[in-house]
Design a protein around this ligand. Structure first.
Ligand code: 8YV
Length: 322
């Protein structure tokens, strides 16, 4: 007789292939509503579960972790970012936490490129004008943007995604400058200029792209004081986490033209978006599309399930955070 399958709570509607694998390999319960559960619902639904498959829009703060039933031994998140999970609280309770690095690097780096080009070339504004029937035809001075080619790109956070963005933007002949906790090895740095101090990087950024995780140290890292250090007319791109930016400061800089344009995919307090961005033609606003390709979302789900499979087979999951 085969061993009973572990009980897995699947808190979201994941891609079909991911759900199919979860349902075949686990005694899985899927949140069919497609809407995130609140803390009480999540805790209630976790009764008797051995593991949770969650996403970045599930909040697993310390107080939620504390109230999870004893039976839950692993939380696998379908995301590389894990600021929505109190990993220390999970560790305290002997729960394993895993994430899904690597598999979304390319899709997220592609998104940063899209944001950079769209913001620099005023493509959002152009499309809105055309759709509104307000485009009166080509003129030599219409919708003039900023050229990307040959400009200086400052990258904050040279992890996997930051490096993938640098790789792509070298093809646009951009000069790569970066700030990271540690300097990269020469072979990986590939000629990029390193700044141990973020404030020294900023004056060298015609374009600034954020790729650091959200931590207490990086919250509101791009504030008014730092924006003032950017060259006038810089372009700011954020595909990391919304709370890394002080929205009020960025909105003021977009209004004044200090920052010529911004391309944003993430927001502080998602799905809420600071209303100040809404009327700004020079802000291109995407709804957290970073990893949103069929290939990547399947790969994220499979990676999360690989971690769960390893754990329940008694092995160490590849992406163990606690
Ligand atoms: C995901 C992300 O789509 O993985 C991350 O950290 O930001 C996104 O691209 C989302 O968080 C899935 O849970």
């Amino acid at each position: 007789m085969s061993a009973p399958k572990p009980k897995l709570l699947v808190t979201q509607r994941f891609p079909k292939a991911v759900e199919a694998r979860a349902l075949s390999d686990y005694e899985a319960r899927v949140n069919e509503t497609g809407a995130s559960w609140g803390a009480d619902e999540l805790i209630e639904a976790s009764a008797g579960m051995d593991g949770l498959l969650v996403a970045a829009n599930d909040s697993l703060r310390g107080d939620v972790i504390e109230r999870l039933p004893e039976s839950v031994r692993i939380i696998a998140t379908f995301s590389v970012g894990y600021e929505h999970i109190d990993v220390a609280a999970a560790r305290e309770r002997g729960m394993v936490v895993t994430n899904t690095p690597d598999v979304l690097t390319d899709a997220t780096a592609d998104m940063a490129v899209l944001l950079m080009l769209t913001a620099a070339r005023r493509a959002g504004e152009g499309e809105r004008t055309l759709r509104a029937g307000a485009w009166t035809g080509w003129t030599p001075t219409q919708f003039l943007g900023t050229q990307v080619t040959g400009k200086r790109l400052g990258i904050v956070g040279m992890g996997r995604i930051g490096r993938a963005v640098a790789h792509r933007m070298r093809a646009f002949a951009m000069e790569i400058h970066y700030h990271n906790r540690n300097r990269l090895a020469a072979g990986i740095e590939d000629g990029a200029a390193f700044y141990a101090d973020l404030d020294d990087l900023l004056p060298n950024c015609d374009f600034l792209s954020l790729h650091c995780p959200l931590t207490p140290e990086t919250a509101k890292l791009l504030n008014a004081e730092r924006i003032a250090k950017l060259p006038d007319g810089a372009v700011v791109v954020n595909s990391a986490r919304g709370a890394v930016v002080d929205d009020r400061a960025l909105i003021a800089a977009l209004e004044s033209g200090k920052v010529a344009a911004a391309g944003l995919d993430v927001y502080d307090g998602e799905p809420n978006v600071n209303a100040g961005y809404m009327g700004l033609e020079n802000a291109f606003l995407a709804p957290h599309l970073g990893s949103a390709t069929v290939e990547t979302r399947n790969a994220m789900g499979f990676r999360a399930l690989d971690n769960l499979d390893a754990f329940f087979a008694g092995a160490d999951p590849l992406d163990r955070l606690s």
